[in-house]
Design a protein around this ligand. Structure first.
Ligand code: GTP
Ligand code: MG
Length: 554
């Protein structure tokens, strides 16, 4: 099924012809398209299957066989129901004829449509809407949020505006399958799967595409040896360490991506990282891609995050809002550095939700216990669902129906405010965040921020973060909590007259300019509270005015 996707680049002249000819082909196969797709996802990952089936009902009525988008030109993604259709299309596809350059003779499923001016075609692709593959600008978001009546609705609306669309998921799978075509030259049985925010439910439009080259099927790890007699085995090259094998494979695949992959640019081989990877930009999709291999624990973290996000809708909403807030204030960044990563931030939100009373989500240890059945009579545990990767216990329940949630009725507004309060006073100096136990632990090592890796429990997920980033995070939490409370509980005599319209409260959290005035928490602590309130309100009013005039001029 992997090769039953095609991306076509549509040149300005003649994009209509592709639309017409491919749409005909598509309509022919519409009946079995959905079924084929489901099979394809099922092979990949259970959680992806859940995700797809969640979307499926919504999309039953929609024509999802083709969609259009822009990325360095106009593109169409066309899905076929079977590989034969793609093969027959490729058979009739010409090799470009060029005179001043040379071609790398690697054929992919990225096609260009040209019109030799003999066919009269409409300029627009049969009225099809272009599907945006990047998130909406902050100004537009603010405009959209300001129409909502409560902070709860704003938070929901923010998630809807930023989350990955069905088309974007499809584009991500397509890029994986195009990469697989390259890797399959050496490893025909390999698969390439997306992980991280592309599939964990917390992905924002425009987030990077993390890919995992899975060679376990041919690694010999799961091989069963015959007990006696003659047998044949492959002669294979050997290396001292698995890490070296991974580095060598990624180095070669990275080279192929660089030399042969149409639209793959800026290839960097980052092979000495803890998790070796090849990073590149895939121009036809617009994705920044990270290709890793032998990274099963990250696949498990992805599944775990997906599971938590599905348990209660408030989890995804809160994670989206906190991620958006953190990005607006440069707490997180797309450039690697001493920042808090989105993954760390998500774990912090999960930990906070485990600490509510009653907890909104269970601990990882509880999810582990649910996966392992205990038979008291025999004092044994059933090992059916146990998953151990490189000596790390990665077991947790995958059957949602076994998970009983407590009845916590807090609103999103309360939770957002409490989140900021919680981390504004969290003792980062001595305590570690631990979602396995759902309780803070004493730090096992010196680090400004310690978040225990959920599966590789001796590791710190936020080892890269420096002290000044933690200080900034805490200061922002203090200020944000204060800002929200102005709209919830501020004593009327202090701020009522100058109070912000209450429904605009959360919007201010997303305005970076608010925080420019909050850079130095130590200094501000000593200012009289009334002065602080006055100056902040002043700055809020100014920003409000600026924002209004900006929005009006849009
Ligand atoms: P964005 O790409 O920022 O949207 O979020 P992301 O969740 O995809 O994060 P990132 O691309 O940095 O990492 C991809 C995935 O790798 C994460 O979702 C985790 O599953 C995993 N991961 C990242 N960092 C760590 C880490 O320090 N430890 C572990 N165990 N897994 C990590
Ligand atoms: Mg990512």
């Amino acid at each position: 099924m992997a090769s039953s996707f095609t991306v076509c680049r549509l040149h300005t002249i003649g994009r209509g012809s592709l639309v017409k000819c491919l749409q005909k082909a598509i309509h022919f196969f519409t009946g079995i398209l959905e079924q084929t797709l489901l099979l394809c996802k099922k092979k990949r990952m259970d959680s992806n299957l859940c995700m797809l089936s969640r979307q499926r009902d919504k999309n039953r009525q929609r024509d999802l066989n083709t969609f259009f988008y822009e990325s360095y030109g106009m593109y169409a993604v066309v899905e076929f129901a079977n590989q034969e259709s793609v093969a027959s299309l490729l058979e009739g596809t010409a090799i470009p004829s060029i005179s001043h350059e040379s071609l790398v003779p690697f054929k992919s499923r990225l096609l260009s449509m040209r019109n030799l001016a003999s066919v009269d075609l409409p300029n627009q692709p049969s009225g099809k809407k272009r599907q945006a593959q990047t998130s909406i600008p902050i100004n537009e978001l603010i405009q959209r949020l300001s129409k909502e009546e409560s902070i709860d609705q704003q938070i929901t609306s923010l998630t809807e505006a930023y989350q990955l669309t069905e088309e974007n998921y499809r584009l991500r799978y397509l890029v994986c399958s195009l990469l697989k075509d390259i890797a399959a030259g050496f490893f025909p049985e390999c698969t390439i799967m997306p992980f991280g925010s592309s599939v964990n439910g917390f992905g924002k439009l425009g987030c990077d595409l993390d890919m995992f080259l899975d060679l376990d099927g041919i690694s010999g790890k799961n091989a069963t040896m015959p007990k006696s007699g003659l047998f044949l085995e492959y002669q294979m090259k050997r290396a001292n360490l698995e890490r070296i094998v991974t580095q060598n494979i990624l180095s070669v695949i990275g080279e192929c991506v660089d030399q042969f992959g149409p639209g793959c640019v800026g290839v960097q081989k980052i092979l000495n990282a803890r998790c070796p990877l090849v990073r590149f930009a895939h121009q036809p999709s617009g994705f920044q891609c990270d290709l890793t291999a032998n990274n099963r624990v990250a696949m498990k973290s992805t599944e775990l995050l997906y599971l938590y996000g599905e348990l209660d809708p408030r989890v995804r909403h809160l994670v989206f809002t906190v991620r958006c807030w953190a990005r607006a204030h440069s707490i997180t960044s797309s450039i690697p550095g001493a920042w808090i990563s989105n993954f760390s931030l998500t774990v912090m939100v999960l930990f906070f939700l485990q600490r509510r009373s009653p907890p909104i989500i269970p601990t990882l240890n509880h999810l582990r216990d649910l996966a392992v059945t205990f038979f008291p009579l025999f004092k044994i545990k059933s090992r059916g669902q146990e998953s151990v990767i490189e000596d790390n216990d990665c077991t947790f329940v995958s059957d949602f129906s076994k998970i009983r949630l407590e009845s916590n009725t807090e609103t999103l507004e309360q939770l957002l405010c409490e989140f900021f309060e919680f981390y504004a006073s969290f003792c980062f100096r001595t305590l570690s965040i631990n979602i396995r136990k759902g309780k803070e632990q004493n730090k096992p090592e010196v680090a400004p921020l310690h978040i225990q890796n959920p599966f590789e429990t001796t590791l710190n997920v936020s080892k890269n973060v420096n002290a000044s980033q933690v200080d900034r995070f805490v200061a922002l939490c203090q200020e944000s909590s204060w800002l929200i409370q102005q709209n919830i509980t501020a004593p009327s005599e202090v701020v009522l007259k100058e109070r912000l319209p209450s429904h605009l409260g959360s919007i201010y959290l997303l305005l970076p300019s608010q925080v420019a005035a909050i850079k130095s928490p130590q200094r501000r602590k000593f200012e009289p509270a009334s002065e602080r309130i006055k100056s902040l309100l002043e700055s809020l009013k100014n920003t409000n005015k600026q924002q209004k005039s900006k929005l009006n001029s849009l």
